[in-house]
Design a protein around this ligand. Structure first.
Ligand SMILES: [Zn+2]
Length: 268
């Protein structure tokens, strides 16, 4: 026996070392195959190399209603329509403030656009000046080209009855032949914005109206809504709308509704 060990002892010793090494290597492989712990996962997520590329921001196209000078020539009310309608009407005027609608809508649009950019949206405007001539159809085509997630048209209402007041959103109905593909999302956006504005106690909310006679909506291939911020023919609402704090608060509510819409688009 002693002679056997003298002869083969070093070989057996070498084999034992090799077997032990193989066992150690196998054990490490098994350990490393265990699922990562929460901390390991977090470390991986925090690693700059593991950071995901930033998702591209959603585009919102804002259309400040009207312009300095109306264009009373006509254009088709929708693709393939026989009906024609005025390209850009003059809009209303503040009964006590004297502010024309086109000035108010541009101011509101700029406030809304800034808030939306802070929320991570990309904002495109159909106009940034008052002295332009862009028809309602052309404004919709601008929204289409920008591939906007939402085409939001800002207006203020007018009535011969000074007592009529309230914020409302005009959205295409399910029967509108021009807006079949955008009907559902337009209504969803309208509902989410109305829900947010309703939380503002200073605003009277009339709600949603279905309107199929608006060229600016009918030519749109992206979800399109028209916001009537309030009646400029109602003295107190006109006063409110000409107040920057009121207007900013209202646009913050609208922006929150648009952010809610973004969430609903991402998680249908
Ligand atoms: Zn208007």
């Amino acid at each position: 026996m002693n002679r056997f060990f003298k002869k083969y002892g070093s070989i057996i010793f070498f084999l034992v070392i090799v077997i032990v090494l193989i066992i150690i290597v196998c054990f490490r492989v098994v350990v490393n195959n265990e699922p990562p712990t929460r901390v390991e996962k977090k470390e991986k997520a925090l690693s700059p190399l593991a950071a995901k590329p930033k998702s591209t921001p959603l585009v919102i196209c804002i259309d400040p209603g009207h312009q300095q000078k109306a264009d009373l020539s006509t254009e088709k009310i929708g693709p393939g329509s026989k009906l024609e309608k005025t390209k850009v009407t003059g809009g209303t005027t503040g009964i006590t403030s004297g502010i024309p609608e086109y000035k108010l809508t541009l101011e509101a649009s700029m406030i809304l656009g800034e808030i939306l950019e802070e929320k991570g949206f990309k904002v495109v405007y159909t106009r940034t000046r008052n002295n332009v001539n862009v028809s309602n159809k052309e404004r919709a085509e601008m929204a289409n080209r920008s591939k906007a997630a939402l085409f939001i048209r800002l207006h203020a209402d007018g009535s011969t009855n000074r007592n009529v007041r309230g914020f409302s959103i005009l959205t295409p109905s399910g029967k509108n032949p021009y807006t079949k593909t955008i009907y559902k999302d337009s209504l969803q956006a309208s509902q989410l914005i109305v829900d947010e504005v309703k939380k503002n106690r200073n605003v009277t909310v009339k709600g949603i109206s279905f309107r199929d006679d608006l060229s600016g909506t009918n030519w749109s291939q992206v979800p399109a809504i028209l916001i009537e911020m309030g009646f400029m023919t109602n003295p107190s609402e006109d006063k409110n709308l000409s107040n920057e704090a009121y207007l900013t608060h209202l646009m913050e509510d609208v922006a929150r509704g648009i952010a809610d819409f973004r969430e609903s688009v991402r998680r249908p």
